[in-house]
Design a protein around this ligand. Sequence first.
Ligand code: COA
Ligand code: AMP
Length: 640
Amino acid sequence: MSSDSSDAFNKDYALSLEDPAAFWGSAAEEIDWTKKPGMVLDTSESPHGRWFIDGELNTCFNAVDRHVKAGRGDVTALIYDSPVTGNTVKKVSFFELQDKTAKFAGVLKSLDVKKGDRVIIYMPMIPETVIAMLACARIGAIHGVVFGGFASNELAVRIDDAKPKVIVTASCGVEVNRIIPYMPLLNGAIDLATHKPASVIVAQRPEEKAKLIEGRDISWESAMTTALPVGCVALKSTDPLYILYTSGTTGVPKGVVRDNGGHAVALNWTMKSIYNVEAGDVYWAASDVGWVVGHSYIVYGPLLKGCTTILFEGKPVGTPDAGVFWRVIAEHKVKAMFTAPTAFRAIKKEDPDAKLLQQYDLSNFEILFLAGERTDPDTLFWAQEKLSRPVIDHWWQTETGWSIAANCMGYGMMPIKAGSPTKPVPGWELDVLDEQCNPLPAGEVGALCGKLPMPPGSMLTLWKAPDRFIESYFVEFPGYYKTADAGFIDEEGYVFVMSRTDDIINIAGHRLSTGGMEEVLTCHPDVAESAVIGVADQLKGQLPVGFLVLKSGALKEGEDIVAECVKLVRDQIGPVASFKQAVIVDRLPKTRSGKILRGTMQKIADNEEYRMPATIEDPLILDEIDKALQSIGLSSARIC
Ligand code: COA
Ligand code: AMP
């Protein structure tokens, strides 16, 4: 970073904290408002701050229509690249996206979907998914996208919470080696849910046609042929744009609610400032629209900025090989790419010397961004060496919607430190706190917390759970947002994110609750008690392992119970939980007050040194845990 760009960053960073209204008010000028906001930041009602409260806008207009209006209708807005369906590539211009979105908004309107109504979108990575999201935004309906790898039960929980008028789905998803029919999963969810949607719209895919239920289901294709296009409605800045469910500390997911105005301003700002891309550049986030990365950086961020975004339906390996990322970057002239470190670990495992890279021309490619989990130094060094380009780790969460810490490439690159997502970005003042809420000195590990207000684009609330919202994030550390991540900040202000402070684990960049898995396991008739921990995994970062205490008199063989428990988690939560290992133990290690010592169990599993907890009920149990873990090839930790 030159001293000029470092000055520019420092100046902006300081302004964003000293005078957030001036900083974000200026960023808001890049957004088209139907009513310009007079007030930038309002902290009167909520602890975290609300943005642009008297402004009005439409997010879909800003992401699509305004580019057409500006004469950029012919520019490609979206490239759908699907190696899993025989290398299908489709390009959708801003004009076509506007046309299809306006028509699909007409379909929703004809089904009586109005401003504030919820629409659940349970779909794979196809253009219709993006169109459905934007169409909701166009008419002020609130979308709730549910990741396709979740099972019926998880979908049912979200249906009951969001109470959608309409569900939009597709006939199937396509994984590397199999077709996943969606209708049985969706029908199962609707059966389980108390709330029943009035209509289901189904995009029929050639790989598997779905049987529609008369009176409830409508085919996407036929509805679109008669649909009347609908324009963008003006919405209040603080009207909800979407709900995105994410894992909480119990099996009940948190419905993170995002607003329209703060979200549009913040995401638009990040595209240049963090990712260093401009309108017309090709930007690729290889994630899934079911996650926050997909919402922010497959759909809204790049489209708001007027970039071309890529919708990739494939995996980093096996579709067909570990060169597919290089093929997509070369073929579509990608300038900046964003994915999770696990994807690069998968490529490195298959093609350690990156031989496949030699086949492609990556001359347009400038930067690789990684997030979703900590970028381990091995992966960082490998990617840096093979790509000869900056590899930028950045840290954020579903709740924040965009980075908390990053190397803001639009200002010029700061020196990279392996294992750190660099420094807090404008809008975020971070402290590392001890349990009494005292800031800790540089280098000491504690709770990473952001001083309030949270910047625009952060969550507005939790859907229909205002008390949980306050309780989860703002009570333990007054005046701060609790990230629930632990870490430290070094002498030079670099942030290091080390672990979660709750029971969330990170599997292949996917956030899952061990508490949620335990709830499923204890539903098994022979299981009295269970504990799930995340153990280190070379590919996926972490994998869940279950410990089962059986009821006395359990009749089945242990092996059968384990197999049934594995199936139960897959059926109830979904394959994405990657729950494949469980062991039977006589008892679980607990403190004298009955708290399960999951942290100690995890250290044993990861073969790390651990201290014997002072409050442990019976130290001998840890030997039993060790033996059980050894039986599945884990452990042999030492007590220090
Ligand atoms: N619909 C249905 N099933 C799905 C699914 C979907 N949308 N997505 C994943 N699954 C299934 C997979 O088929 C797999 O099933 P299996 O147990 O029968 O093999 C299971 O869920 C686990 O999926 P995944 O974690 O993706 O593992 P994988 O072995 O298929 O692939 C990686 C491993 C590393 C290649 C893959 O996780 C990956 O590409 N990650 C990229 C990171 C990413 O997208 N992160 C999101 C946040 S940035
Ligand atoms: P999600 O809400 O699914 O995006 O998951 C957010 C969680 O993933 C964070 O709270 C972190 O625990 C973890 N995470 C995301 N990005 C990073 C990163 N760059 N470094 C360390 N942890 C990360």
